[in-house]
Design a protein around this ligand. Structure first.
Ligand SMILES: Nc1ncnc2c1ncn2[C@@H]1O[C@H](COP(=O)(O)OP(=O)(O)OP(=O)(O)O)[C@@H](O)[C@H]1O
Length: 325
């Protein structure tokens, strides 16, 4: 079954000959929160702009809520709410006026009850008569979201929704996005805050140099590509790794007092038990131990910095989760 958003063989070559997207294939299901991660210039905004009908594709096909974005532009566009990166608001307009006007742009009849609901959810109700220029940056960003939701879209794009906003607003926005998902809205967000993707996303796509290099359930991604670290604080420092541990993924830190064992998050049991047995046999005692899992940030940095061959190896390691659905 095609997803709420279905992208097939999408290509973008800008007029100056720059290839910004190459053979993008992606299915996003109804009610998902999908985070698109990638370094600066990877092609995130280009991809979103094509799906939203703001930039023309050079090839391929995109369907949104069953509408082809070219053959049925209007149907596709009406299904989408877009919160762009740049704040652009009409300074002299009131909050209520700006949000109501946005709804009208999509040819929807006025619905004051819906506008009120959106403004209340975004804590903008008390400011509804304020001019936009009198609002703080965070409030203006809420207005951008209210505008994007004014015509009751099925799909919401958030292009770096929390760039430059304070922690409190960021958390409010996360709660709001979850609430929207519960009402059946499909959400695609780009973000530079890995914490945001870790906190919010059901699935994560990583884009690099205009290519999707990985699409994976967040939990599976963290389990599959993440590593764990076991740090043993030794009773007596070691000068060097003992011969018995040669070939094991271990290193020494803290002047030989800490023995670090890094292992695949999926194979932990057998490896740790073997390490502890070897240490016991060699009479190496420890007084404390800690374990730590790699964060999504470490996984992401590892992925985007990996040479292409390495990326392929990572994605083909488990074909079941990659670029499917
Ligand atoms: N109009 C344009 N003409 C030529 N090249 C462009 C144009 N717009 C974007 N690009 C190039 O396409 C590439 C992808 O840009 P895009 O804005 O999609 O990246 P991004 O992943 O959104 O980056 P960021 O995280 O910095 O917002 C960049 O190299 C950019 O310079």
């Amino acid at each position: 079954m095609p997803g709420e958003i279905s992208i097939r063989h999408l290509e973008k070559v800008y007029d100056d000959g720059f290839r910004a997207l190459s053979d993008i294939n992606l299915e996003i299901q109804r009610g998902e929160i999908f985070a698109l991660l990638g370094p600066n210039g990877a092609g995130k905004t280009t991809l979103i702009s094509i799906v939203c009908g703001l930039v023309n594709a050079s090839g391929g096909e995109v369907m949104v809520a069953g509408h082809d974005i070219i053959r049925d532009y209007r149907g596709a566009r009406e299904s989408i709410g877009l919160v762009p990166q740049e704040l652009s608001t009409d300074a002299f307009e009131s909050v209520w006026g700006a949000v109501s006007f946005s709804r009208g742009l999509f040819g929807k009849s006025p619905d004051p009850a819906h506008i009120e609901k959106v403004l209340r959810e975004l804590s903008l109700w008390d400011k509804r008569n304020n001019r936009l220029m009198s609002l703080s940056g965070g409030m203006k960003r809420r207005v951008m979201i209210a505008k994007a939701l004014s015509h009751e879209p099925r799909v919401l794009f958030l292009d770096e929704p929390t760039a430059g906003v304070d922690v409190e607003l960021r958390r409010d926005m996360w709660a709001m996005v979850r609430g929207l998902r519960e009402s059946g809205v499909t959400i695609i967000l780009t973000t530079h805050y890995i914490e945001e993707a870790e906190e919010m996303a059901d699935r994560i796509g990583v884009i690099r140099n205009g290519e999707i290099i990985l699409v994976e359930d967040k939990a599976q991604l963290m389990a599959k590509l993440g590593s764990k670290e076991l740090r043993l604080h030794l009773q007596h420092p070691l000068d060097a790794i003992p011969d018995a541990l040669n070939g094991e993924p271990v290193s020494l830190e803290a002047d030989g007092y800490d023995l670090i064992y890094t292992f695949d998050a999926q194979r932990e049991q057998a490896g740790v038990a073997r390490l502890l047995r070897l240490l016991g046999e060699k009479g190496i005692e420890f007084r404390d131990l800690q374990t730590r899992e790699s964060s999504l940030e470490e996984i992401f940095v590892g992925l985007v910095n990996r040479p292409s061959a390495g990326v392929d190896a990572a994605t083909t390691a488990s074909p079941s989760g990659v670029n499917e659905r």
